[in-house]
Ligand binder design. Structure first.
Ligand code: T1G
Length: 694
């Protein structure tokens, strides 16, 4: 075999009439400038070599090409473009077969679509996830895919960005043959040789039109798709741009469609939404890294988990481990509570199965991972114990004192507290190094965020274990320091405070909720309160009847669960502004001697969000978060901050920290110390820097 290196990352292996073009660019064979240059040169060479009759494109390492190199975005293009590479492949004049393992994503799948055929192993996945980066397939994906699989399937792939398993990709015609695991390249070579032997005409997808004709015969396809997905796409620019490109593929000649796609791609690439979504992509991965930690700190093995408490949180937390096959013992004090908790978990799984997302077998497998117990001593075998009992410090201390005595040496003891001081909880144990916070967000089996609260004495390997475990259970782990509310709830408190003030000064709850919903939040603070229940942390005995929430709860208006809270709810739990709430607010304003005024949407937005940015700056300067991007990841994954706005800190920089500071100073002058700018915010503005310089 003759091996020729065409770049650092691409080599050509030729033997007889066969050529294998091989990419080796760890970790994911991204299409860097070096890869593109190597591919272009290699395909030009095999095209010019009359001895070569069949070509396979393969990748070393764990995956086929996983896309363009996102790190190159925003920088001047070096070397041949992806289009140049695809032209060289598609017009090489000999059969080219892509051998796909791992994930063929984005530009990787687009390169595979420029090949004449595709062979994959069953464990492989194909996808065009550019939409998740605020982009669209910019190298012919929107023009070739609909020609191969039809417009409807293409619409779903490009606007959802999901990974399609190889078996499904084969069924839809995206992959031409499935190879045995371990036999991929042999199968691809055999496929290429067979195409030569049978004199198969080279199948350039650009020449295919049959599937497009079907789409042209269904003119309502695109608008029906838009309508069906309007809620999911709300606020995003990329989905509609993707839809328009598929429409262009159906209605325009290939080359015109390619130009349409290229223009649409550049418009997204230079926009703020894609900048935000690319920032979030890397920030989520950055959050898993602990700064200044020796590389050799290994995670502890977590083979068994115990959860104290089978309530809403305990049950939801348990499901995360059962979902990935980790045995969980759920411990309650009373059998009735335990059985109720296990029943809720089973019901949740059965609902998921009813939607076709998991099988009935999965339900039993997951339930099989769960064991109920009424004996705290059942924690003895657990490698990790997570306490999810009532949010009260005395109760938590009592539980941790017992756990300290009952859990085996080396077991990690975690509290799910949302606010309380984890150092204080750790102080009742003889193993503070094994103690940390694991703050799951409700519903714990759904929300991706896991705040990992690093107490003063938490050992490094415990932190590394928590981050490793977060990834294993499909969570995004973010390390927070001990302070009231850690990162997310501490910033939420700043927003809630302003929201409560705004409705006494002149706005109504539905004004504040509308402004934040239109900004891109899934709902506003008052809708959120009604959903969660207004009586969390409230009791009739201690209620002073001084706030809108107090008065609503005293009237048994505790939110959606009672049919009324800030809003009145119909039987479908659709809320509408309530005259009862309006009267309570007007009376409270009058009682407080506040002269109500009309408050602009802009003031509502600035007063709700700028204090969050300021609180985030305080969190950074106090060292309660490692990076500003960690704070953004908390808000995107824990509270639904629109990903296309990058998170509060990214957004604050986009607005301009100087503008945020100026408005905070103005509000401080007119409304007091709640708006006192953080020293960090003042310094960064003074120095003309962003949060990365914190
Ligand atoms: N470019 C650069 N670096 C990338 C990368 C990419 N496309 N994908 C991953 N990485 C880095 C990542 O930052 C991490 O780095 C390491 O690789 C391992 O990643 C023209 C314009 C492939 C499913 O969107 O979905 O093609 O932190 O931790 O969990 O139309 O990476 O180790 O330094 O995620 O095993 C389209 C993005 C690009 C795929 C593997 N492609 N990547 O997951 O590992 S746009 C994507 C992923 C495009 C064309 C358009 C995942 C993965 P570090 P990881 P993983």
């Amino acid at each position: 075999m003759l091996v020729t290196k065409f770049s650092d990352t691409v080599r050509l292996e030729t033997e007889g009439d066969l050529a294998v073009v091989r990419v080796d660019n760890p970790p994911v064979n991204a299409l860097s400038a070096d890869v593109r240059a190597g591919l272009k040169a290699a395909f030009d060479a095999v095209g010019a070599n009359a001895d070569i009759t069949a070509i396979v494109l393969a990748c070393d390492g764990r995956t086929f090409i996983a896309g363009a190199d996102i790190r190159e975005f925003g920088k001047p293009m070096q070397g041949p473009s992806l289009h140049d590479v695809e032209e060289a492949i598609e017009n090489v004049g000999k059969p080219v077969v892509a051998a796909i393992h791992g994930t063929a994503l984005g530009g990787g799948l687009e390169v595979a679509l420029a090949c004449h055929w595709r062979v994959a192993v069953p464990s492989a996945k194909c996808g065009l996830p550019e939409v998740k980066l605020g982009l669209l397939p910019g190298a012919g994906g929107t023009q070739r895919l609909p020609r191969l699989v039809g417009a409807e399937a293409a619409l779903k792939m490009v606007t959802g960005g999901d990974h399609v398993p190889a078996k499904k990709a084969h069924a839809m015609g995206l992959v031409d043959e499935l190879a045995d695991e371990g036999g991929l390249e042999a199968a691809a070579i055999a496929f290429a040789r067979k195409a030569v032997a049978e004199g198969k005409p080279l199948r350039r997808i650009r020449d295919m039109d049959e599937k497009l004709a079907e789409a042209r015969a269904n003119p309502g396809l695109f608008d029906e798709f838009r309508k069906a997905n309007a809620r999911k796409f709300r606020g995003f620019e990329a989905p509609e741009a993707n839809i328009k490109c598929i429409e262009a593929a159906v209605n325009l000649p290939f080359d015109e469609g390619m130009k349409f796609e290229r223009d649409a791609f550049m418009k997204l690439m230079t926009g703020s939404q894609s900048a935000a979504q690319r920032y979030v992509f890397f920030s989520e991965r950055e959050a898993a890294k602990i700064p200044n930690l020796d590389g050799d700190v290994k995670p502890r093995a977590i083979g068994k988990v115990a959860i104290i408490g089978a309530g809403t949180m305990g049950g939801g937390i348990a499901m995360n481990f059962a979902n990935v096959g980790i045995p969980v013992t759920i411990i309650e004090m009373k059998d009735e509570a335990l059985q109720r908790g296990l029943g809720v978990i089973r019901k949740n799984y059965e609902n998921t199965a009813a939607k076709g997302r998991i099988s009935a077998d999965d339900v039993e497998k997951r339930m099989g991972c769960l064991t109920g117990s009424l004996d705290l001593a059942s924690v003895a075998e657990a490698d990790l114990v997570i306490e999810a009992v009532f949010e009260n410090m005395d109760i938590k201390k009592e539980v941790f004192t017992k756990l300290d005595a009952l859990a085996k040496p080396g077991a990690i003891l975690a509290t799910n507290t949302s606010y309380l001081d984890v150092d204080e909880i750790a102080s009742v144990t003889k193993r503070p190094g094994d103690v940390l916070g694991l703050h799951f967000f409700s519903p714990a089996n759904v929300m991706r965020l896991l705040e990992i609260v690093r107490a003063e004495k938490t050992a490094s390997d415990v932190l590394v274990t928590a981050l490793d475990l977060a990834r294993k259970i499909g969570k995004v782990g973010v390390v927070a320091g001990v302070c009231h509310g850690f990162i997310g709830n501490r910033m939420l408190a700043a927003r809630q405070r302003e929201a409560q003030k705004l409705i006494l000064e002149g706005a109504m709850p539905w004004d504040v909720d509308r402004v934040l919903y239109d900004f891109g939040m899934p709902m506003g603070p008052f809708q959120m309160g009604d959903l969660a229940g207004l009586d969390i942390g409230w009791s009739k005995e201690t209620s002073k009847g001084e706030t809108v929430r107090d008065l609503l709860c005293e009237m048994d208006r505790r939110g959606q669960k009672t049919g009324a809270g800030f809003y009145d709810y119909d039987e479908k739990r659709v809320g509408s502004p309530s005259p009862v709430t309006e009267k309570i607010i007007l009376d409270l304003s009058a009682k407080a001697g506040i002269k109500r005024r009309s408050i602009s949407d802009e003031e509502i937005l600035e007063r709700c969000l700028y204090p969050m940015v300021n609180e985030g700056a305080k969190i950074l300067e106090e060292g309660k978060a490692y990076r500003a991007s960690d704070i953004d990841i908390v808000w995107i994954n824990g509270y639904g901050w629109p990903v296309y706005r990058g998170g509060p800190m990214f957004w604050g920089e986009l607005v301009g920290l100087d503008k945020v500071l100026k408005r905070m100073q103005e509000f401080e002058t007119t409304m007091g110390a709640d708006f006192k700018p953080s020293a960090l915010l003042e310094r960064l503005v003074r120095e003309g820097k962003g949060f990365s310089a914190a």
